[in-house]
Ligand binder design. Sequence first.
Ligand code: CP3
Length: 358
Amino acid sequence: MKNLLRVLGGEALDVPPVWLMRQAGRYLPEYRAVRARAGSFLELCYTPELAEEATLQPIRRFGFDAAILFADILLVPHALGQELRFVEGEGPRLDPVGDVAGLGRLRPVDEIDEVLAPVYETVARLARSLPGEVALIGFAGAPWTVASYMVAGRGTPDQGPARAWMYRDGQGFGRLIDLITQATVHYLDRQIEAGAEAVMLFDSWAGSLAPEMFVRFAIDPARKIVAALEARHPGVPVIGFPRGAGAMYPEFAAATGVAAVALDSAVPLGWARDTMSPSDSSSNSGPGPGAPEGAPGVALQGNLDPMLMVTGGAALTETARRLVAAMRGAPHIFNLGHGITPDADPAYVEQLLRAVRG
Ligand code: CP3
């Protein structure tokens, strides 16, 4: 079995599998070339041959253990009928959905494939073209994070517009979350049918939710998505990434049914292991004393600071080795705490791989 899938199944490996969030992207000259050929970022996402190429580039160059589909979390709102464009140097812009009336103007979930079909085609191509030992990860944005862009119409520092709607009209906002939840189940179901072997849910802005709202709008939708996928595709693992969840991480790990959680760089890995890892991977006896009751334990992914991919040096090698040592004997997927940035140096990715793989 592929190393990534073994770890997602609860095995601890001597050398953890490695991949990096945003491993296909602007820090690679070959990505910038294919992006220029596509004309625009969205065109790249919706052109299967080019999206396949962008996905494969970091695999060819670095030999990662997993490939992540090249696409974007904002394709779901786009497929639901929201206008979407990426403004050079400024990020995404959508026409905001600010209230329940705005929900009525969106397209029904069973029509999203009219827009998303090329993404499934990319997955199918990758399932054929990837080297045999490399696992294929599909993904979607988690409902809360996607909603934060749909409501504000852009990225925001504090997700203010979505949080305001949530408190003013929790029921109406809940309808938006439910709609995205259904669309996400459908979208990930199709990715798995096309050949994705694991899927990841990116809740990049989970850290702005107060605990009770985190339960309602991060944990509950993730639990529903995991359950619906498990019913249709038993055994296909889901990786949850509630970035910034802090002290709520263990509850997320215990309550959602995910196979793994991805940790941001602020989380102490030793604490994460004590509260969320199976305490002994061979006995399946559950995580340590700090864990919520009845928690089975999950694999952990992360959590190197992406800045080290910009600065390199002894700090990179030492930190990477420390993280590997902290997780020895427990199921661990080596990754960053967030996406690699455009100013990262590909030479430091090589250095990282040497540090992790020895
Ligand atoms: O290599 C991979 O990880 C696969 C592809 C991938 C992209 N975006 C490509 C991309 C994945 C998994 C994402 C996820 C994504 N997209 C998230 C969640 C992860 C995170 O970083 O928190 C979010 C919040 C988005 C939304 C998004 N997409 C923003 C805010 C932006 C603009 C900011 C930026 O980094 O430019 C994007 C654009 C984007 N998505 C690019 C890439 C390679 C850069 C666009 C370009 O090439 O011009």
